[in-house]
Each structure stands twice: as C-alpha cells, then as structure tokens.
Design a protein around this ligand. Sequence first.
Ligand code: FES
Ligand SMILES: [Fe+2]
Length: 341
Amino acid sequence: MFLRNCWYVAGWSKDFDRSLKAETLLGEKIVFYRRADGTPVALEDACPHRKLPLSQGNLRGDTVECGYHGLTFDCTGACVAAPTQPDAIPRRAVVHAYPVVDRYRLTWIWMGDPALADPALIFPIENYDNPAWGSSDGGVLDIDCNYLWVCDNLLDPSHVAWVHVTSFAGAGTDDEPLEVARTDRGVIVSRWIYGKPPSPYYAGLVRFDGPCDRLQHYEMFLPGIALNKSVYTPAGTGGPDAPPTPETYVNISYNFMTPIDGDRTRYFWFQHRNTDPQDREISDKMNAGARMAFEEDRTVLEAVHRGMKTPRTPAIDLGLDAGAKLFRQMLSRAIIAEVAP
Ligand code: FES
Ligand SMILES: [Fe+2]
C-alpha cells in the first residue's frame, strides 16, 4: 500500500526526452516521453487491446502508436487512431495519463486522482533560486529494499557512527541524546553535538579551524522525502536558539524515495549548501562523497530488508527508532484516510 495523492520524483528531468522510456513506480508500469514542446508526459504503459507495453511502440509527433496493431494515444491517454478500423475507435480504448511536472531539475509524478494534482503541493526547496547557495549535481541509486527502510535510515542520525565511519561519523553521533518532534507533514529527529571536531566529510568544507558545534537535523516528509540538514558552527556559537554566525556552514541533503514496488526503491538526492555557489570542485567532491555514503547505506538496507522479511526470531526496537516509528504511523494513517476517507 502506498500513499497515492501526492507528488513523487519520477526521475531527473534530463533523463526524459523524445523517446519512450519505460519505468515502474509504485508497482505500476508507466511510459514517459516529452512532447515536441518539451513538456513531460506519463501514460499507463499497456495498450488496452492486448496489453503490449506502449513503450515498445513508436512516438509519432506527440502521440504514441502501439507496436502491435497501431492504436494511437495522445498525451491525455485518449485513443486518436485505430488504423485497422478507422471509423470505429473503441470507446474504451483509453490509457491512464499521470500528471507530471518538471521542477528543481526533477520530474515529478502524481500517482493518485489526477483531479487533485496541484503543482503547488510539490515539495518546496527553500533557497533553490538563491544565488548564494550551491548545489551538487545529485544522483540516483536503486536499492533492493522497501522504501520505508530508507525512510527509517533517514530518521536515524546514529547509524552514521557505524555505517559512515569515513564520512559522517564523529564524536557524539553514537550516544548524544536525540530529540523527536512531530510536524504537520512528518517527523524531525535531531541533536546538537557541542565542541567536537567536524566529521571527515565536512572537515574540508567548513571555513573555520578548531572544534565545532554540530547539528544533525533529520526530517522526513510524507510520503518519502528527507531533508537532512547539517550545521557546523564554531564551538560556543551553536544550539537550538543560537542565530547563525558569518562562519556557520549549512548543508542540506535532499533525498527523494520513490517506491519502484514493495521490494525496490529509487533513491534520488542532491545537496544544497550556503557557501561557494559556483565552486564545481566542491560540488563534485560532495556528490562523490554522498554517493559513496549512500552505497554504504545500500549494502546495509538491502541486507536489513532480507533479514526482516525472514526473521528467525522476533526483531526488537531501540530508543533510536522512535522517530521512524512515528513516521510510519503517520504514513499508515494517511494511507488509510486515502483509501477509506
Ligand atoms: S496490442 Fe495494441 S493495438 Fe493491439
Ligand atoms: Fe546513511
């Protein structure tokens, strides 16, 4: 069961073009392409005649022609030609058309009722157009696990102490107390760690010497978007109510989890920082570091998925799971409300 009336990331905008591209999202086969004017299209990838995937057909102008007997569909999913019986297009020859929108270099898809698809509901990225902020190119990774294991991971600041030893680990990431807060759209798990050296990943990025106060802010939004904010500020200047100083370094890792199906997740990310907006070397270094860390997560999460599917003895929870459990509960309630309002 997935939450449907919401926007998911379908892919990087650059990866959709004037060709037919088959994808599976939320267990549904979908064909993507772009119209001649560049706007994206997403249709159910199954001809209503004999269910040949339309992605095996041909793009003709802005329409898709089935590769078996030529039924042709426009961007709204309506059949506009039936070459074998041109005067009798079957009334039921129609495929579902999914609302799709390009924003933030990503292509977003609405998997629920098209009448409810409002682009204003796309996850807002603060400072995206702020020229003082720099972005990494970002990436995409398929993980063979249910997307909720990835969501759990992104509400769990403690795992870095064991999984990301050469990047995000650092003093206090294993045992400083965590705070859990519920928001309108999800959950925040966070903590300040005071007066410690920066983690290896950030050591070359912060613009001051000496110990830091560090914020780990892990925030999840329904259905599967994570904002992972790291703040490093000179020791003595951090804390929940402390204003930023000119040296305060902020990096936000945006993570978008789209279920391929119940056992696979497509994981998109990019990073956004408040320094060196044009510095490609820094962007590339951050991207490579993030990819390496997410590969570390992938190894763990795929094994967790397999392990939790076939436990020999019951699994237990730890205190660190409080945020993840709250998020799962909110998501379950949202799904139930959608199915049985
Ligand atoms: S299967 Fe598509 S037209 Fe026959
Ligand atoms: Fe991780």
